[in-house]
Design a protein around this ligand. Structure first.
Ligand code: NAD
Length: 293
């Protein structure tokens, strides 16, 4: 299949490479030269603009930083330029409102579009083991599914337009809040003189158990190997967790949802990122929490 891929950064680079590996003819575009060179090395044909990439495409995949980039690229280079028969798939993490607006405009112009944000980081993008949460009609989902399967291990239909983004930010709001709660539980356990491995052994089999505790323990040397064992390098950057929490708080304000724990998690991650930790894994927030009194 002829696939246009726009946005070849940390995530998109590996995703485009996996589409090539699956036998697709990928024409790629990015604004950044190093991203273009990597895509060329991975077997993508390189276009000189997004409009050139999408001309003649049977599918268009975008993996861009935020809503304004997605809205801009769609308005300037995709709607009216890609063949109307092309399936349009936005894999970026963006606000629900923009996702719905762009899908409305695409639908009115005769396109089928889905939002398909991902769970899983750069390693999963490279390995083709992402999880996709897809919003859009059933027909769009069925058309997008085989393309997404070439880049991921799970493709789940979340509901209508914007539902993929909604699922993603609700999940990450829960993750941000459970990570903060896990960090404060370890902090209190330490102050109460508990051995942290013993606390882990108990809590990971008791009702305080969560993914943040059992699979992604924020304490070095406790539980499975995690970014905590590598000085919080790699993993899921705190700046991206903050981005997702901000999207969740915007969506909650718009929908009138009461989200006190998400709100608190956003404030704490904002402090953590503003003190120079944006590139650290998000579980590194345990250090800031343990330094407080
Ligand atoms: P990134 O900044 O590495 O890549 C984005 C790419 O888009 C860059 O190469 C940039 O040059 C390009 N770009 C920006 N505007 C463009 C335009 N107008 N035309 C063409 N290219 C343009 O970001 P990333 O880490 O790859 O993340 C991409 C998306 O995936 C984001 O929405 C992010 O929230 C989401 N996400 C990231 C991760 C992660 O671990 N990095 C995990 C899950 C979801």
């Amino acid at each position: 299949m002829k696939i246009a891929f726009i946005g070849l950064g940390n995530m998109g680079g590996g995703m485009a490479a996996n589409l090539v590996k699956a036998g697709h003819e990928v024409t790629a575009f990015d604004l950044a030269e190093p991203a273009i060179e990597r895509a060329r090395g991975n077997g993508c044909a390189i276009a000189t603009s997004a409009a050139e990439a999408v001309a003649g495409a049977e599918a268009v995949v975008t993996m861009l930083p935020a809503g304004k980039h997605v809205a801009g690229v769609y308005a300037d280079s995709i709607i009216g330029t890609a063949p109307p028969a092309a399936i349009l798939i936005d894999c970026s993490t963006i606000d629900v409102a923009t996702a719905r607006q762009v899908e409305d405009v695409a639908g009115a112009a005769g396109y089928t579009m889905v939002d398909a944000p991902v769970s899983g980081g750069i390693a999963a993008a490279d390995a083709g083991t992402l999880t996709f949460m897809v919003g859009g009609g059933a027909a769009g989902f069925e058309r997008a599914r085989p393309i997404l399967e070439a880049m991921g291990k799970a493709v789940i239909h979340a509901g209508q337009a914007g539902a993929g983004q909604a699922a993603k930010i609700c999940n990450n709001m829960l993750l941000g809040a459970t990570m903060v709660a896990t960090c404060e539980a370890f902090g209190l356990a330490r102050k109460l003189g508990l051995d942290l491995q013993t606390f882990y052994d108990i809590s990971s089999k008791a009702s305080g158990q969560s993914w943040s505790m059992t699979s992604y323990c924020p304490v070095p040397g406790v539980g499975p190997d995690t970014p905590a064992d590598r000085n919080y390098e790699g993993g899921f950057a705190a700046a991206l967790m903050l981005k997702d929490l901000k999207l969740a708080m915007d969506a909650a304000r718009e929908a009138g949802a009461f989200v006190p724990m998400g709100d608190e998690a956003e404030e704490l991650f904002e402090r953590f990122v503003n003190s120079g930790n944006g590139n650290k894994d998000f579980s590194g927030i345990i250090r800031m929490i343990e330094e407080q009194h």
